[in-house]
Design a protein. Sequence first.
Length: 469
Amino acid sequence: MASVLVAWINDRDLEAAGPGGMVESRIRRVVADEFYARVYLFSASKKTGRTVKKWLSSMVATPIEFERVRVINPYDYNEVWESTLQALTDCRQHMDEDEIEWSFLLGGDSAVMDAVMIHLAHTELQAELLQWSKSAGLQVIDVSQGHFPSSNQNPAIAKGFEPVTVFNAAANLEVIEHGSPEMTRVHAQATRLAALDIPVLVTGETGTGRELLARAIHKASSRTGAFVAMDCESLEPDEQADALFGATGLLKQAAGGTLLLDSVDHLAGSVQALLHRAVRDGQTTSIRGPVDVRLMATATGTPSQILDSGKVREDFFHCIAIGLIHVPPLRQRPADLEPFVARVLVRITHEMKGERTLSEAAQAMIGQRTWPGNHPELEATLRRAAVLTDHVIDVEHLEASIFEAGEIRLDLPAEFDIQKKLDDVARHYVSEALTLNDGNKTKASKMLGLNNYQTLTNWMRRLDVGESL
């Protein structure tokens, strides 16, 4: 008999699999601690399913499979029931074993998903029901008749009051780490924006957790629909239009919820115009019924830079840039380095089945670097360094594990301007030193190893580096 676990992927599982991996995944914890012959991940999103499958497969030895469940509205019970039953049937056909012991891990993104799994467990497959929480760990749930709480345990229900859905922004926004002053401000802004049903533009460098922040704002809001994201950069203009306005497109999937346009500056102008009209008018010819979505978008640069670039139409920019929130890069919030590194080392210790720690010199080196790739770069560097040692990660392990875009290459192309290459490298580091020191030339020159600020001023003139950075 084969023991098989089935679980709907939720937002926290996706966040755990994403850059930074700042949250705990219930699926990973259960699969890591229990034995299953196979695990099936359910999701309506192919991208989400593949992302979590790849991440989870790298963390555990158990075979992980992804089954796409074609659900448009995750709050339509009949639709979720039929699609989930079909997915389970497909899973069964993939298995060679005659007898399967099913376990369903509750905790999907909608209560309807859990209700369907509970119903299926008692009608179609006779499955074991599980739930996991950080405080209680893994628990087997018995929802058979006689195990429901009686109505007299809750005076409100006994008196016939309607159940109330509690809006708890604080709990949902705790996913945003806010130990530093910079992120405390971000957290406060996010709390304010979660309570307002307005479009939001999230700016910041790649790797700063812009999508994670957008998801947290959605989860803490009063919207009950799904959070749906589109990576504008990965799609051609015609694919963008199809993805948004198709019969089962993202606008329809996000009904009553939030639509995130990731890298909105890569959304085609013609598609921006169509989307602006649909949101403004509350309708579109490709979708029956009203268009009810909250628009959120991410982009690099400041709002003024985004508008000046010409990549976002002015009318569409003013449509999405109502609530503004900026996520500062890791180099501008040094107080976040130590707790983030600590969390990564915990994951690495579990992943590599042996404790990894940092030497004092390695800690100092991490604090001195700017980490242009932000959380993903730092985490990847630590994971690579951890492979090179059985316990203590030292400077030599970090140095062998750091790779940067634009680093000096030793191969020589057919045509090469060595002076231009040297000037490009110098210009990058001069600009970076001035930025890190708020334009203070004395401090910047010391960081660069120059004799004095006058020498730095001469370099700035030669390299055409401005005073205001």
